[in-house]
Ligand binder design. Structure first.
Ligand SMILES: Cc1ncc(COP(=O)(O)O)c(C=O)c1O
Length: 261
């Protein structure tokens, strides 16, 4: 993942990482922590690699309803979801989709997730699941059924709320030249380049927490390519988010000035 590619996956980079021991490629779109949404064209390129090298894909799509490309004015139903690699030619039989009720239904504490995969995979994973945890408790299962079979209007409402909060962050940091953000297209995260402040992402996150009581996650927590970035989650309350973004902007500008001095 490269900032100059908007942290989008790149099939050529993936090709370089494939070895004779490679069995599967793990992808995640919409992405935590970058907010990037892999396009159908990019997924096609990855699909071609999977056919060429006979690989499976494990596709984490837990944020699939939270994409912001659609325009609520022109598309009031807002049915847009992130594209899935399973839809690419020949991929249905080699894709394992990882899903969760945590994001779409805000049921994080209920601990329900599931996979969508060819039957031979389901058969084997069921055996493992049975041995490891037997099953999810029955109360949570009834709740899960209600979530999946009940009205889905709230999913659109949640997305529109996230869209507004996303805009709040983008606007709140627009005039802060000490922070560079990669405009997110999905999920509920913004990945922010903090290098103009002269601080590492670790130092930035710690100081911001100590001095301004604002919590972000250092990019390295997600891998070495996250170095120099921090992840901001905009899933919280709008008022708190506004205040947090204002403090973060002020803090970053002060650090930048110190660094320049
Ligand atoms: C990309 C991604 N996949 C999976 C999960 C796991 O969600 P859960 O364990 O709550 O189902 C998360 C949670 O943050 C996530 O960000």
């Amino acid at each position: 993942l490269k900032p100059e590619h908007g942290m989008h996956i790149n099939a050529e980079e993936i090709r370089k990482a494939i070895s004779p021991r490679t069995k599967a490629i793990i992808i995640n779109s919409p992405c935590n922590p970058t907010g990037a949404v892999t396009t159908a064209e990019e997924l096609e390129e990855v699909a071609k690699l999977c056919q060429e090298f006979d690989l499976w894909v494990i596709s984490d799509e837990v944020y699939h309803p939270f994409v912001f490309a659609s325009n609520p004015e022109t598309e009031p139903c807002g049915n847009a979801i992130a594209p899935s690699i399973a839809a690419a030619e020949g991929m249905h039989e080699r894709t394992i989709i990882v899903e969760s009720l945590s994001k779409t239904y805000a049921m994080t504490g209920w601990r329900i997730g599931y996979i969508l995969a060819p039957s031979q995979v389901i058969e084997q994973t069921s055996k493992i699941a049975e041995m490891m945890h037997s099953s999810v408790n029955s109360t949570a299962q009834y709740g899960g059924v209600a979530a999946l079979t009940g009205p889905q209007d709230h999913v659109r409402e949640m997305r529109e709320e996230y869209r507004a909060k996303r805009q709040l962050v983008i606007d709140g940091l627009a005039n802060c030249n000490a922070l560079r953000l990669i405009e997110p297209q999905g999920a509920f995260y913004v990945f922010i380049d903090v290098r103009p402040t002269g601080l590492s992402s670790e130092e930035f996150s710690k100081k911001l927490l100590d001095e301004e009581k604002v919590a972000v996650v250092p990019g390295e927590a997600f891998g070495t390519e996250g170095s120099g970035f921090v992840r901001l989650s905009y899933a919280g309350k709008a008022e708190e988010l506004k205040e947090g973004v204002a403090r973060m902007s002020k803090f970053a500008l002060a650090q930048q000035a110190l660094h320049a001095a």
